[in-house]
Ligand binder design. Sequence first.
Ligand code: NAP
Ligand code: MG
Length: 391
Amino acid sequence: MDGDEMTRIIWHFIKDKLICPFVDVDLKYYDLGIRRRDETDDKVTVDAANAIKEYGVGVKCATITPNAARVKEYNLKEQWKSPNGTIRSILDGTVFRKPIIIKNIPPAVSKWKRPIIIGRHAYGDIYKNIEYVVDGPGTAELVFTPLAGGEKKVLKLHEFKGRGVIMGMHNTEPSIRSFAKACINYALGEKVDLWFGAKDTISKQYHGFFRDIFAEEIEQAKDSLQTAGIQYRFMLIDDAVAQVIKSEGGMLWACMNYDGDVMSDMVATGFGSLGLMTSVLVSPDGKYEFEAAHGTVVRHYYEHLKGNPTSTNSIASIFAWTGALAKRGELDNTPEVLDFARTVESIVIETVESGIMTKDLMLIAEPKVEKYALTEEFIDAVAERLKGKLG
Ligand code: NAP
Ligand code: MG
């Protein structure tokens, strides 16, 4: 799934220099760039999500989620929805974000030694909300109409005296349950402790619902968790934030949708750069979508358009490709494909450890490096080493 701006440029470099020369792979191409989404009235996004369902594995480039300014910039017919939001609601599932750890890129939090993996519930809450700006005095109510008949449930939200704003959001038991299951499976697979934080002291029903379903699923998996030596901790979300900073890492932190969105940027930056954070969406029926956690790096793209050189980190995008190839290899039982993916990953890490890196990493590397690589120079350095290794 192709995308937008700086990441679209990087995407093509990766495909042409690191993947296609070495792997015989039948790629199904979906252009999720903003222009194509606009042309197809966003149908291409739905087609791409259905293709992941069909083939089992997808890799996605970062894409623009249009706001009012983007509608103007690209002269769009409509303010199309977030493609990631659309894909997530079709596949359901959980997003796992894991930082790439490199020896000469020390984390901002010096105690962090092992990855902090964020498991983000990828369905519902504010990402599937209904919002309304209230223009004047009136009553806001929450209404539930049972399909089976019986009385409507009406809850008063607020008695407005003037302007204000309201929002309705939801989640579903099957989605929360599969989120909990996905996190338990991931923790078992990676052999890491599982933490879950919510604000159940304030939101006794909504957040409490999540807490209780998690507890039930943990109870179900009790024996396998115990055998693997995996601890489960439920915490208040604010406590979880504090504990994560004080920890050495090495846990899966399960987060509700919004917490996962925000905290993954905090954790990514803490580990060095947004360019080192990988992301995978795992659906309850075992479909995988890989991507970098960052956006289209628009500031760099505008520099590129002015004809200025850029130094944009391609590592998370490269790992999106290798993650997808490795999964493909695993599902198809083609170990050479899996080996190739792992080789590319280790070459990327070796390249940075040898002192070749983009500017975002140069600024924090220990020991210091004198100069940074431009966007394409870094990918070329990886390609050279790859050719050296594979001929
Ligand atoms: P962004 O693209 O993640 O970039 C924010 C800043 O983080 C950049 O300006 C840059 O900092 C740094 N950065 C991020 N990735 C980097 C990389 N690979 N190498 C070096 N530095 C990197 O977020 P944004 O600028 O807020 O959003 C741009 C567009 O991306 C928006 O249209 C948004 O909708 C979209 N977006 C898409 C996705 C997705 O498709 N998954 C996710 C998030 C955002 P400096 O400027 O300091 O160099
Ligand atoms: Mg975010």
